[in-house]
Design a protein around this ligand. Structure first.
Ligand SMILES: [Ca+2]
Ligand SMILES: [Ca+2]
Ligand SMILES: [Ca+2]
Ligand SMILES: [Ca+2]
Length: 510
């Protein structure tokens, strides 16, 4: 995600599927690829500089104010509040059906998978872990944050605690009303025979996720195929029985289809190998029922994320997501929603230089000249039409040259920061696309802004945008929450804090 190679230490070696981008996982996203222990994260490089948010930050005292100083000099003001507010207890919940609600209090929580290590530099030797920010009726509460680390929270394999720990999707796998987090670790493997299952489950609870260790996902032998690492875990109720299931890659165009509910020991209720129309599973922000038949569908790609490729739906049914559905043109990401008036699900494909809308999934429409490789769909304006945030405008190949001008032969919008594109009765429109200003992160050098999440955290029915902005040499970065408004994401963040705040978090719950 932002300029850091998630190395894999010591033992585990995961061949194959491992080279892509892995965005922070949260609702409202639809892009990229699933994280795994060996990943190279490529920076989202953004070259548009703007001062719009510098003054904004001065008054950006969220409900739990992190940056208010009232003085001039936004960056300096922020530097005096280096990380975030003092840790607060995680609110205790009693279970809910809200997505990404690890403590079951009815308010979605945020997963931050790409943390700056203490001292500021991105870690190359130690995985700083996964940060969780808990929500409230007023939105995310940076004080209510917890750090999950491999040493404290991962399940050991043969007595060895993993060193890498990456967040995957979140869903309620045991059906207790507390969202569970799927993580990927790097268990030891001697290269002989089938590798161990690197996927682990952290179960939610009234105290959230940090209450205990993960358990390894148990994939019965009959549901494995080949000698590849099981990867790209994807949640959904693919058979429509009401229990959340998991799909995990096996080998070639086969998946391990694991039916829920899952036991607290990580075992599915039933499991089988399924053929799907592709070799990789695309991460989706939330389960997708594209044809609205009551079973969730998979989006399957012909190649691992990181490369543009064709994708196809694998439609759910009583036997699981086995039936080939709509095919999509080659691109980096596909997002789904209701982008225009109509009764069916719409899709949009990000090719890199353009967006290809597919209204009603199959309807052709003129391409939109918006550059980007990641898509985040949500109703920001609360008008009933899904809006789009298009991220990663320059792509990994441009990461080393943040000052590069837009490419030649580019009649497209020279988008160098995430772009906001509203849905409307007539569809996605470039009449009013808006480049989002870079939040004013501390440090020097060009800022890199990635989209962490697009979901309604404060319950006002406007999806709220969470950005992570980082400069290459900085010791602090900045997560900003931009509330959704009738005209798009607010340029003024309601909340701002650094990912280094997680490392100052107490290890036990209050
Ligand atoms: Ca919550
Ligand atoms: Ca659960
Ligand atoms: Ca199911
Ligand atoms: Ca909102």
């Amino acid at each position: 995600m932002s300029g850091r190679a998630r190395h894999t230490p010591v033992h585990g070696r995961r061949p194959g599927r491992g080279s892509g981008r892995s965005p922070g996982r949260a609702p409202g996203q639809s892009f990229g690829r699933r994280p795994g222990p060996i990943r190279t994260r490529t920076a989202l490089v953004l070259t548009l500089t703007t001062a719009l948010l510098a003054p904004a930050l001065l008054t950006a005292c969220g409900p739990f104010g992190t940056t208010a100083s009232g003085r001039s000099g936004g960056p300096a003001a922020h530097a005096r509040h280096p990380s975030g507010p003092a840790p607060r207890p995680v609110p205790r919940g009693s279970g809910s059906e809200a997505p990404y609600d690890f403590n079951g209090d009815g308010h979605p929580d945020l997963v931050v998978d790409d943390l700056l290590a203490p001292g500021g530099r991105a870690a190359h030797d130690d995985d700083p872990g996964i940060g969780i920010v808990y929500g409230s009726a007023r939105g995310l509460v940076p004080g209510s944050r917890r750090l999950l680390t491999p040493s404290r929270n991962a399940a050991p394999t043969k007595g060895v605690v993993p060193a890498a720990f990456e967040a995957g999707p979140a869903c309620d796998l045991d059906g207790d009303g507390f969202t569970d987090l799927v993580v990927t670790a790097d268990p030891p493997y001697d290269g002989v025979g089938r590798p161990p299952v690197p996927v682990q489950l952290l179960f939610g609870s009234p105290r959230g996720l940090a209450a205990g260790r993960a358990v390894p996902l148990r994939i019965p032998e009959r549901a494995r195929d080949g000698n590849e690492w099981p990867d790209q875990p994807t949640c959904g109720d693919f058979d429509g029985d009401g229990a959340t299931d998991l799909a995990v890659t096996a080998s070639g165009p086969r998946i391990s289809y694991l039916r829920g509910p899952f036991s607290r020991r990580g075992a599915p209720k039933a499991a089988a190998v399924l053929d799907v129309p592709g070799t990789a599973l695309a991460p989706l922000a939330e389960p997708l029922d594209a044809n609205r038949d009551g079973t969730d569908d998979l989006l399957v790609r012909a190649a691992d994320p990181g490369r543009a490729t064709t994708a196809r739906l694998a439609l759910g049914g009583p036997q699981g997501p086995a039936r080939a559905g709509t095919a999509f043109p080659s691109g980096h990401a596909v997002a789904f929603g209701r982008f225009r008036r109509g009764s069916g699900t719409d899709a949009v494909v990000a090719t890199g230089p353009r967006l290809l809308p597919r209204y009603g999934l199959t309807g052709d429409a003129p391409p939109l000249p918006v550059r980007g490789r990641s898509l985040h769909a949500g109703d920001i304006t609360a008008d009933g039409y899904t809006d789009l945030i298009v991220g990663d405008p320059s792509g990994p190949n441009d990461a080393a040259d943040p000052g590069a001008p837009p490419r030649a032969n580019d009649s497209a919008t020279p988008a160098t920061s995430p772009t906001y594109l509203p849905g409307s009765p007539t569809g996605l429109t470039t009449k009013s696309p808006r480049l989002l200003p870079h939040p004013h992160a501390p440090g020097s050098g060009p800022p890199h802004t990635t989209v962490l999440a697009l979901t309604d955290y404060d319950g006002d029915h406007h999806a709220d945008l969470v950005l992570l902005t980082r400069r290459r040499t900085a010791t602090e970065d900045l997560i900003t929450v931009h509330p959704g408004t009738p005209t798009g994401p607010s340029p003024t963040p309601a909340t701002a804090f650094s990912t280094t705040a997680f490392s100052t978090t107490a290890s036990s719950d209050g």
